[in-house]
Unconditional design. Structure first.
Ligand code: ADP
Ligand code: MG
Length: 253
């Protein structure tokens, strides 16, 4: 049969994986003498895998993760305060279905961003949507959106994804615009949408970050109600790498 006709039909169906290589797939099956049902099954499976990979790629792009890293390369022996079982539980993604939160606290370099990213990536592979933002970028986005009268759009954008990841809460203070905007997002997501938050500050210091103890308490109340907190109390992995390279801590900036 003329493969051009076949390709045309495959394209009409949107079967791009098969449409790109019909000769190879047909040759393989006749060489290996596979049954029709086996051939069809392999074809369908490959097409589905291909489509899933494309969808995953789209979700990764939309998530704005700064990089992708999986938990497989995380060195748990370096962070003994971290309970690997609890991390594995988080990686199952159960918290997402219940609209719960994961909070990673600890000093710089202990792997908070890495863990947040690997949890987000795992969720993306499970078919969820995610959106990553640093607290500082959020503050800037709010300012910009406000100038254009688009604060409501910000609230919608950050309420939409299955998981909202906010990294580096605590390095910069939220202002009179970004603090109540985040509060609205957190209130709307409460028990509906999961969040992964990272901070170098303990909960008692959150009042200062948001410039308002009452707001911070109300926010924390909602965040912590259904949540898992990882309090990481280890050394910085960045410093370890620098020490290994022969640099003294005093030289490190
Ligand atoms: P934090 O967000 O807590 O400041 P990061 O997650 O950015 O720390 O980690 C700092 C660097 O060290 C990153 O390059 C990260 O990939 C790496 N890193 C941190 N902890 C580990 C670990 N336990 N195993 C492997 N790499 C790690
Ligand atoms: Mg970080």
């Amino acid at each position: 049969m003329n493969t051009e006709l076949l390709v045309e039909r495959l394209k009409q169906l949107g079967w791009s994986y098969t449409a790109d290589q019909p000769d190879g797939l047909l040759e393989d099956s006749s060489k290996n003498n596979v049954s029709y049902s086996e051939f069809l099954y392999t074809l369908l499976s490959k097409e589905i895998e291909y489509k899933e990979a494309i969808e995953l790629e789209k979700r990764i792009k939309k998530s704005r993760l700064p990089y992708v890293k999986t938990i497989h390369d995380f060195d748990f022996s370096f962070q003994p305060s971290l309970d690997q079982k609890r991390i594995n539980e988080a990686l199952t993604g159960r918290y997402i279905h219940h609209g719960e939160n994961i909070i990673l606290l600890g000093p710089p370099g202990v792997g908070k961003t890495y863990l947040a990213i690997s949890m987000a990536f795992e969720a993306l592979t499970q078919g969820h949507t995610a959106l990553f933002i640093t607290a500082n970028d959020f503050i800037s986005e709010c300012r910009k959106a406000n100038k254009e009268g688009l604060i409501q759009r910000i609230i919608k954008r950050y309420c939409r994804p299955d998981i909202l990841i906010m990294d580096e809460i605590g390095y910069f203070s939220f202002d009179e615009l970004s603090a109540p905007t985040l509060f609205q997002i957190i209130s709307k997501r409460y028990e509906q949408g999961a969040m992964i938050l990272t901070s170098n500050k303990s909960y008692v210091e959150w009042g200062k970050i948001f410039g308002d103890d009452v707001l911070a308490t109300a926010m924390l109340d909602r965040i912590v109600h259904h949540s898992t907190t990882f309090n990481i109390k280890g050394d910085s992995y960045r410093l370890r790498e620098k020490k290994k390279a022969g640099l003294q801590p005093a030289n490190i900036r």
